[in-house]
Structure formats: C-alpha cells, structure tokens
Design a protein around this ligand. Structure first.
Ligand code: AZC
Length: 843
C-alpha cells in the first residue's frame, strides 16, 4: 500500500512492527515475559497450567501478527469472501495445532525444556474447545483449517457457548451422567474479546406493513439484546494466512433509564430487562433430533442476525451498491440451523435498504449455499408457526410471502397439482403449523449439496425430490466431506508423519497440503523394512493408548491384541448395539471352545466411546431412549467378560467415558480395525472412517456414506463390507411391519445372544428388555437382517489379521489412497464450484 502513514514516524512504527523473532532464545524470552506480565506470576512457583498459559500467550502473539496482516490484505484487496455459518465448531485443543501450523513446535519444545517443563505436559493442560456435538461440528473445524491452509478468504461465524458439550460420567451401574463443561473457567488464551464489535438483536415486538406500495414493514418493540464478538485465530499450515472464527456472546443491552434514575430508583435504572445472557449459555447436546425449544430458536436468530449485520457492514466498507453483494459475499449454511439468515437478509434488503422484493430475492438466492447433513426425518428442522410469529413476527411475514410467490411459481409449472403444492409448501399443515426449514434453505440458496455421493443422491431422490423436479438437477450437488491431515495425521500420529516425510523424501509442508502424494507410498508396501517400521509405529500408538487408559482410568490393556474401535455419538442408526451383540456372540463362542481351539484365536480388545443425548432432551420422543441402555449394556458386558478367566486373554472390552476430539487423537492412531456399521442409507458421510484409514487402520463397515468412496479409493479387497444395501432397506422395513418373522427363525444366532442377555448373563435383565424388544419387534435399523453377515465379516477380519504381512500391506495401501479425503480437496470444491472465491496469498 502507498497510503500515508497515519501518525508519527513511519520508521519507528515499521521497525517495531516486524514479525516476531522465532529463535529459541526469543521464544524463552517471550514465554518468561508473559509469565511476569500477562500472568503476573513468579517463575519459582509456576506450575504446568501456568506454563501452558504462558506458552499459549506467546504463540498467540505470533498468530495475531499474521492474523492482522491477513485482515489488512483482505481489506485492501477486497476479494470475494466466503462465510461459514455453523452453530457448532468442535475445535478441540489449539496449542499443538498452532505450533505445528506455524512450524515452531520443535523450537518451543526446546525452549520450554530449557525452562524446566516438558512440551507434552504443557499440551496436556489445555481443555478442549468442544462447541459441537459430533461430525457436523468437527467438519466445520476441519474446513476452517483447510481454508486457512489453502489461503482462502473464509471466516467462520458461530456462538461462544459458555458451556460446550456436556462432560460424560459413567455411574457404577453403567448409566450416563451429564455434568456441565466449564471450558472457559481457566481463561481462554485463544480468543480475543472485541467489545467494540457489537450489534443489537431484536426479539418479539410487532411488525407493521407500510402498505405504501412497497413490501416494507416496520418491526419495533419487544426486547433487544447485544451480540458481542470474540475472535479466534485460525492459522493455516505453513502460510501467513490466519483467518478468523468470530463467535458471538449475548449480553443484556444496558440502556440507562433516566426516568427511573430521577425517580430515585438507581438499581432499576442500570438493571437489564431479562436474561439475555442465557442465549449463548449452552450448546444444545442433541445430534439428529429437534425439539422446537424457544431458546434454541433464539440462539439461531441471534447468531444469524449478528453475523449478517457484521458481513453487511464489512461489505459496505467496500463502497459498492448493495446489488453487488453476491459478487463479494458467499454464505454457506451448515445444515438448516442458520436458515433464518434467508428471511433476515430479505428483511434488511427490503425494510432497511428499500429494495424491491424481486431484487432482494435475487440477491439472497445468489448469496446462500446450503449443505444438508442427514436424511433422517427426526433431524429435519421444523419450527412451529406460532412460536416464530411470536419471536420473529417480521420474519414470519416474509416466510409467508416467500411461500406464496414460490407456490405460485410451482402452480405455473405444474398446474392443478394440489398434492405437489401441499408437499412443497414451506408450511406444513397440522396443529400447530410448522415451517420446514430444509425447504426454505433450499429455495433460498444458489446451490444445495449433500456430504457424500450416496447421501447427495438420497437428498435428490427423497427429501428434496420435488425441488429437483421443479428447480432442475443442476442446483443440487455433492461435496464429499474431508478431514484435515494436519490434526488427523501430523498432530495425532507424529511418528507416522515423520516416516512418511522420510519415505517420500519431501518435507511435510508439501505433502500435508497435497495429500494425494501419499500414493507414492504404494510401492513401499512391498518393502519388508518399511513394513516393519510401519507396524512398529502402530504398536507404539497402541502402547500410547494403553498408557493413557492406565493413567486416566487405572485399567491395564493387553497391547498384544487387535484393537477394534467404534467411537462416535451413540445413536440407534449407528448401531453400537449391533457391535455389542457381536461382542457377546464372540464371548459365547469362546466359552464353548476347547483349549486347542482357543490357541488359534487372535486376542481382541474392543473399544467404545461416545456420548448419548441426555435423557432430558429425549424423554418426549415416541421411541424409548435406547442409546442410553446401549451404554449400560456395554459397561456391564465389559464387567463380566473382562473378569472371566476363561476368555479374558482373548477378548476384553472398554467403554472410555467422555469422548472428545483429544481422546480421538489418541484412539485413532492405535486402531487396527474400526467400525462404521450404520444401516445402509442412514449415515450421510461419516468422517472418522477417513481418520482411521488415514492412520492405517482398516475399515469394517456397511455400504453407506463415505465408506463407499473409501472402498472405491483403496479397493474392496482392503475393506471389510457387510450388510444389506440401501435399495433393500425400504422393503426390509416393510417386511418387518407387515410380515414379521420371529427372530428365532430368521436369525438364530442373534436370537441366542438376545436370550442370553434376557436371561441375565450381564445382570439387570429387565433394564435391557425395551432395547432388546426394539430388535425383536419392528427392528427399524435392521439388526436382524444384517447380524449374520456382520458376524461373517468379523470372522474375515480375524482371518486377515492372522497373515500379519498381508495385513500391514493393506494398512499401507489404505493410508496411501486417502488423498481424496483431505478437507483441502473438499474446501477447494466449495471455493471453486460454489462460492467462486480464490486463494489470496498474504506475504
Ligand atoms: C453428520 C452426519 O450424521 C455424518 O454422517 C456426517 O459425516 C457429518 O454430519 C458431517 O457432514 N450430521 C450431524 O452431525 N448432524 C445433523 C443434524 O445432521
């Protein structure tokens, strides 16, 4: 830039504004400086937590310099930008990731060691930022990492929940207990409060149409709350580009009421009207279920309104007419949670910018993009009309207007097709009427996509079929999910990362950003020395996991066994129940074996981890909360079989409580086989399947979600598939309902397992009865249809593992073919095919 320096001596400023020095002695200086000043602590009583904070603040200084420079470049060059609106960002820990992306980990490790600390202990002090439930939130976090790494001008917008996903405790009986997650209690060095960036957000009140020949209305009254920005730096990998994740906190608007004050009521004059702070107090802990709770709707509007106001303000600084908004702004809606952004932008354009309806709609439908993450009916958001009318009266008017014009256009294309109009209406009839958010998101967006090939096809042929027929197929696409190889290989599996760099003879800075280079590992599958190194790393990762479990839970794990892992949210469709019933089947089989037969059996350790939606949130559902009983069953089966001297050397089972991103980073590199066993057609994509495979774990799964594309890449001989295919599911369910066959007849092996549970082999027989009965009757998730082929697939895994050489080859080939699943590839697809944005280097 050639602009004049704003004040003072340019030379003095420039000299002081250099990048920070990153030699080890500058690092220790900066660390100690933060101990003395930011933390105001004495070096001689500094504990690991203090050392973590000092290290974090020192690293943050580096991030801030880059982050400022990035913002400046974006402002100067005014490129088109994309904004990722997500109610969840499951970030995990930051320090390790920041050090690796900055390329400073070794130097910091050296520095803190000189000061008497170990990097490992310091990293372990950090609490996870767990502002998400599962896959959808972790995907958002991976996309931020990839955007910055690929130098794309992308910002995230979300909520700064005071409490993230609950902490899971398991009672001695095996019940899940939930405790709050006070992740901000020890201060959060990774966020920057921006008290100067604040917007007022209105709720309730009344909306009056002007009826002056324009579509305008005035929305007034009600309650106003403040949205205050907290910025989180998102460093790219080996680049200066450091993007922003802006999280909003709600605060009461502290208007000062002079009338009360003059009447002598000082307290009343400064008191806020009601609990605005509640809006961002807690993340809703449900995945795939909606509840129509007013506070959740408030969260959604609060966040979309603040984010849009911020985006529009930034756009206006460029000085272009509002009609050019879509040339500078793309907004990605992560599921339907931010769909209110569509009527909100209409409201701003019409009521505040005085645009005609058609112009406003043109702008809106060129700005938004909608990603669907599930086709499960219970997860599709619908909001009761009376609630919307009460909370957001102007938005409800706008939704009605959008619907009217939309249905008129449908009527023109399909005259007289009343069924179709009913099916496609944004308003579902009933008591109460409800707004179908997925339909609103679809018609208000430029493009709609699913998250894996199969899922995107299902979106087009089921939930949005009518919309494809009406709007044309080209609006509906697919972007297969991805994962960041920085966190999910380099950070969580440093030894494997180093082996890959040595083998490819290229710095990780290169292959981590061009992940298809992993293919060059393929020939090394034939190299015995390489295989030995590969296998030794897997073994050390198993020992690392065992050590972690020993330290945290006091349990001793057999590391000379196959490690079999299923870690994900508990949900019936994910079928953890199928897995535990398979474990029981294995146990019963072992119990019946002779000593000679047992000699041939390969030992297996089965791990589960995952949180279930709290009972409070699912109590009102028609189906019982089975996933909570599944946890209880797993825990009690573990109690019995881990103590059985006949079998415990050959089979053991662990439910690791409080699953988190950080726990996944220890579990995934240690896995030999992982399970992704959803009923076909129910798991939209899955992303942990990609993480396991990237770390050389093999996949046991159904023909579902991204499992299919993983198999396409690595070859079917390197995965273990089982179960019915998606097209069969509907028929099978029909059979269950109308021509049920007793389970004893249909699947004796499963019936036997169920009967053993019912007979009390694992205690608490009647506790499990409702869970078992969902399988005996109805069996919506088709356990009885898939059980035999599941058991057969498990046997094939056992057999394959006996030939260790071949197994390691499969492992190497799997990692080698995972290039496609880098979130860099996915984010570039969004950038090029959807948002139309380009990388911009920050130098
Ligand atoms: C999940 C899908 O269940 C999972 O298959 C996918 O990998 C992930 O999104 C990322 O796309 N969906 C959710 O977590 N939640 C909802 C409401 O779909």
């Amino acid at each position: 830039g050639k602009e004049k320096w704003p004040r003072g001596e340019e030379k003095v400023w420039k000299e002081a504004m250099r990048d920070l020095d990153t030699d080890v002695s500058s690092i220790t200086k900066s660390f100690v400086n933060h101990v003395q000043t930011s933390l105001a602590r004495q070096p001689y009583n500094l504990d690991n937590l203090g050392a973590y904070q000092a290290a974090a603040l020192s690293v943050r200084d580096n991030l801030l310099v880059n982050w400022n420079e990035t913002s400046l470049q974006y402002t100067r060059k005014a490129p088109k930008r994309a904004y990722y609106l997500s109610l969840e960002f499951l970030m995990g820990r930051t320090l390790d990731n920041a050090l690796l992306n900055l390329g400073l980990k070794d130097k910091y490790a050296d520095g803190v060691e000189q000061l008497g600390f170990s990097m490992e202990d310091i990293l372990d002090q950090e609490r996870d930022a767990a502002l998400g439930n599962g896959g959808l939130g972790r995907l958002a976090a991976c996309y931020l990492d990839s955007s910055a790494s690929q130098e794309l001008p992308v910002w995230g917008y979300g909520l700064r929940y005071k409490y993230g996903i609950f902490q899971q405790l398991i009672s001695p009986e095996g019940n899940q207990l939930e405790a709050p997650d006070p992740w901000l209690d020890n201060q959060n060095p990774w966020e920057l409060p921006r008290l100067d960036v604040a917007y007022q957000v209105r709720f309730y009140g009344h909306a009056d149409r002007l009826n002056d020949g324009t579509p305008r209305a005035v929305w007034a009254g009600g309650q106003e709350v403040l949205a205050v920005a907290y910025d989180v730096m998102i460093p790219g990998c080996y680049t200066k580009t450091t993007n922003n994740l802006r999280l909003w906190e709600s605060k009461p608007k502290r208007g000062f009421d002079l009338n009360s004050f003059n009447a002598g009521n000082y307290e009343g004059a400064v008191e806020s009207s009601n609990s605005a702070a509640a809006i961002t107090s807690v993340l809703y802990p449900n995945d795939h279920t909606t509840f129509g709770k007013e506070l959740r709707l408030k969260q959604q509007y609060f966040w979309t309104a603040a984010s849009l106001a911020d985006i529009i303000r930034r756009f206006k600084n460029i000085g272009k007419p509002i009609t050019e908004f879509p040339d500078y702004v793309a907004i990605q809606l992560n599921d339907t949670h931010p769909t209110l952004a569509i009527p909100e932008l209409m409201r701003i354009l019409i009521d505040e910018e005085d645009q005609p309806w058609a112009t406003a709609w043109q702008i809106v439908t060129n700005t938004f993009f909608y990603t669907n993450h599930t086709v499960l009916p219970e997860a599709l958001e619908k909001w009761p009309v009376p609630l919307l009318e009460h909370l957001l009266p102007r938005h409800m008017q706008i939704i009605y207007d959008i619907n009217l014009l939309f249905l008129q256009s449908v009527e023109r294309k399909f005259p007289g097709d009343r069924d179709r109009l009913g099916r496609m209406s944004l308003i579902e009839e009933g008591f109460p009427k409800q707004v179908r958010m997925a339909f609103l998101a679809s018609i208000g967006s430029r493009k709609v996509n699913g998250v894996a090939e199969l899922h995107s096809d299902l979106v087009k042929t089921t939930i949005l079929k009518d919309f494809v027929e009406f709007e044309g197929i080209s609006k509906f696409g697919n972007v297969t999910n991805g994962i960041t190889p920085r966190r999910w290989l380099d950070q969580c599996n440093p030894e494997l990362s180093a082996l890959i760099s040595r083998t490819l003879k290229v710095d990780k800075a290169v292959w981590l950003k061009e992940l298809t280079r992993l293919e060059q590992l393929l020939p090394f599958a034939e190299d015995a020395a390489f295989r030995a190194e590969w296998a030794a790393i897997k073994q050390r990762n198993k020992e690392r996991l065992a050590h972690h479990v020993q330290v945290t839970l006091g349990l001793t794990i057999n590391t000379n066994a196959m490690f079999d892992v299923q870690i994900k949210r508990l949900h019936e469709y994910k079928r953890q129940t199928l897995n535990i019933l398979g474990v029981i089947h294995r146990y019963l089989t072992l119990k019946n074996m002779s000593a000679a037969e047992k000699k041939k059996v390969n030992p297996r350790v089965v791990f589960f981890a995952g949180k279930a939606a709290p009972a409070y949130y699912i109590a009102k559902l028609p189906s019982p909360p089975n996933h909570r009983q599944t946890i209880r069953l797993i825990v009690n089966v573990a109690r019995v079989i881990n103590a059985d001297p006949d079998t415990k050397d050959l089979l053991s089972l662990y439910f690791l409580p409080d699953y988190s991103v950080s726990l996944a980073e220890v579990l995934i590199p240690a896995s030999d086989i992982s399970q992704h066993i959803s009923t076909a057609g129910t798991e939209a994509s899955g992303t942990s399947n990609m993480k396991f495979c990237l770390n050389g774990g093999l996949l046991l799964g159904t023909v579902d979600g991204a499992n299919i594309e993983i198999a396409e890449e690595v070859g079917e001989s390197n995965v273990f598939f089982f179960g019915h295919l998606t097209p069969a599911v509907e028929d099978l369910r029909y059979q269950h309902t109308y021509h049920p066959v007793p389970i004893e007849e249909k699947c004796p092996a499963l019936a036997h397992v169920l009967n053993q549970v019912s007979a009390g082999l694992f205690g608490d027989a009647d506790v499990y009865e409702p869970l078992l009965n969902t399988i005996r009757q109805g069996d919506h998730y088709l356990l009885s249809d898939d059980f035999d082929s599941y058991i057969a697939a498990l046997a094939m895994v056992d057999e394959a593992y006996l030939d260790r050489t071949e197994w390691v080859k499969k492992s190497i080939r799997t990692t080698a073919k995972m290039g496609k699943f880098s979130s860099d590839r996915a984010i570039m697809e969004y950038a090029e095919s959807y948002w139309n944005i380009e990388p911009l280097s920050v130098v």
